[in-house]
Design a protein around this ligand. Structure first.
Ligand SMILES: [Zn+2]
Length: 244
């Protein structure tokens, strides 16, 4: 690890009043949470259901195979016993508490920052903690869904709930995307954590950044890393406590 670089980043972050975090799902994987892109999980899901996570997490499955959808969802997506924030989330929260962090933009729907009290999170894909009745719009919690027998239904309408989540093939919420873009546009220091610069969403948001302090921290090299001004390879849970 380049100690000199870490010192430089620490100073840069300490001196900025306008920091924005783009948090990748890798941060959650480091805490032991399964994500759909993990190959071992995808394999197990295919073995069990005959479909991949990407096939199941679609509007068509929610509509036509709702029992299978929720069996998968409760078994692999809602992981209430595993959802504990890690060192990386704690470090990001220290920044938020200092008042210098403007937003945490994330594709992760697991809500780990909010568990630490964050009020600055923009969840681009929605949240696995919230469920809505498509008919009367009543909201339900993850605990309600996790403890339901089979398909979770609205108590009033008896129709299946839907997660407040963008499923595969669905558009992301435009208001959240524009809000995120606005924060990136105004950011001084932009931290891309546990994500590559290569994903569609990151690429889209980076177009708005005009600063020269784009810091990327990720576990392994990936195409387009050279678009960052500073790159550190390693686990966020190990690097972040050293620089913030
Ligand atoms: Zn209802």
């Amino acid at each position: 690890m380049d100690k000199h670089l870490l010192e430089q980043l620490k100073k840069m972050i300490a001196e900025s009043n306008n920091i924005v975090v783009l948090g990748g799902v890798r941060m959650e994987e480091e805490c032991g949470i399964n994500s759909v892109r993990m190959e071992n999980v995808a394999y197990e899901v295919e073995q069990r259901y005959g479909y991949s996570p990407e096939e199941i997490l679609t509007p068509s499955f929610l509509q036509n195979r709702v029992e299978l959808f929720y069996d998968y969802f409760k078994r692999y997506v809602i992981q209430l016993d595993k959802m504990l924030p890690g060192e990386a989330h704690v470090a990001v929260m220290r920044l938020e508490q200092s008042g210098r962090l403007q937003a945490i933009i994330t594709r992760s729907p697991f809500g780990l920052y909010q568990m630490l009290g964050s009020r600055k999170v923009i969840e681009l894909h929605g949240s696995i903690h919230k469920y809505v009745c498509p008919k009367c719009k009543k909201e339900y919690s993850d605990v309600y869904v996790a403890s339901s027998n089979g398909i979770p239904y609205c108590q009033n309408c008896k129709v299946a709930l839907r997660p407040d989540l963008a499923l595969y093939g669905e558009e992301l919420n435009n208001t959240r995307i524009s809000k995120a873009a606005e924060f990136v546009e105004k950011a001084d220091v932009l931290l891309v954590l546990g994500a590559s610069l290569n994903s569609y969403l990151t690429k889209h948001l980076l177009k708005y950044y005009s600063g020269n302090k784009l810091i990327m921290i990720n576990d392994k090299p990936c195409i387009n890393d050279d678009k960052a001004d500073y790159v550190v390879y390693g686990r966020c849970s190990e690097i972040l406590p050293q620089i913030m």
